[in-house]
Design a protein around this ligand. Structure first.
Ligand SMILES: Cc1cc2nc3c(=O)[nH]c(=O)nc-3n(C[C@H](O)[C@H](O)[C@H](O)COP(=O)(O)O)c2cc1C
Length: 286
């Protein structure tokens, strides 16, 4: 029986849903499948598998840092069959391209690429009142993901594979935003710029539990302290019930970029959105 490992990152749950649907397609084709959300760790020893699936949401028009780092940690993938899936709320940019290139650079053989929309809980947009792709992945997209799993199983059993072309590059503004949220800048600069209002923080620990990379510890009074392994998901800020946390993305300097993105996406007829309100860590439709 063929064995496939699926490693993905999911903070909001949409990538996890797609991973489950792909796994269902592979299982229906008679395969054994292991799923890992990288939040909870993932195997580095991949010898036992016939193929690996890698899934990531778009984060700032590229894959989440933890996914790229995971692939690099696997070293030489010579001959390993791999497939890629990505989720995006507005524009995926280089997300799929980067993962595919990183895998190809490691010597892996691509056997599938799938992408679909996922509800975009990015705090910058939510604060402006917009939730993009709120109802994605749709039931139809999940069915497509399952079919994709079945197709991948067929290719693993010898069917031919024709790789889809690269995704198109984005306009300059988005590429600048991608540059401004590079791993180096996030680690060296933004990580130091999270702050907590000590008079509001109740040391509830929600930020610590929410952080997908265990990047938040607490000081002697139980208040959060940020370390240097941040994905800039800004979920600590978004989920704080006391609205005590400020991320660097909430600084006025980033406001024009966020407004540009919201304006562009909300006027793009191919992207759906609903109006929302975010208050005390909860997002509700209005
Ligand atoms: C910090 C952050 C950055 C994001 N950046 C992008 C982006 O550049 N392009 C895009 O289309 N979607 C972006 N999204 C939306 C996510 O890719 C999308 O909502 C995805 O479905 C989330 O996956 P998850 O629910 O598994 O966490 C971003 C979301 C967050 C939280």
């Amino acid at each position: 029986m063929l064995k496939t490992l699926i490693v993905y990152f999911s903070q909001g749950g949409t990538t996890a849903k797609v991973a489950e649907s792909i796994a269902a397609g592979l299982r229906n084709a008679g395969q054994k499948v292991q799923l890992h959300n990288i939040r909870d760790g993932a195997p580095r020893d991949i010898e036992a598998y016939d193929a690996i699936g890698i899934g990531s949401p778009a984060y700032y028009f590229r894959p989440a840092f933890n996914i790229t780092e995971y692939i690099r940690s696997l070293g030489d993938l010579h001959g390993m069959q791999v497939f890629v899936f990505t989720l995006y709320g507005t524009y995926p940019g280089a997300t799929g391209n980067d993962i595919r290139k990183t895998l190809s650079f490691a010597g892996a053989e691509e056997i599938g690429y799938f992408k679909c929309r996922g509800a975009d809980f990015f705090n910058g947009y939510l604060r402006e009142g917009y939730l993009f792709s709120a109802d994605n992945p749709s039931a139809d997209e999940l069915r497509q993901a399952e079919r994709f799993g079945k197709t991948v199983a067929g290719i693993m059993s010898g069917r031919a594979y024709m790789p889809p072309p690269e995704d198109p590059e984005l306009p300059l503004m988005y590429r600048v935003e991608r540059l401004l949220s590079s791993r180096w800048i996030v680690n060296r600069i933004y990580c130091r710029l999270f702050s907590v209002k000590r008079d509001r923080c109740t040391a509830c620990n929600i930020c610590v539990q929410t952080c997908p990379t265990q990047n938040i510890s607490v000081d002697s009074s139980g208040r959060p302290v940020w370390k240097k392994n941040c994905l800039l998901c800004v979920c600590c800020e978004m989920k704080c019930p006391e609205e005590a946390i400020t991320s660097p993305l909430s600084w006025p300097i980033f406001y024009p970029a966020i407004l540009y993105n919201v304006n562009r996406a909300s006027n793009d007829p191919s992207i759906s959105h609903v109006k929302v309100r975010i208050s005390r860590g909860e997002t509700s439709r209005v």
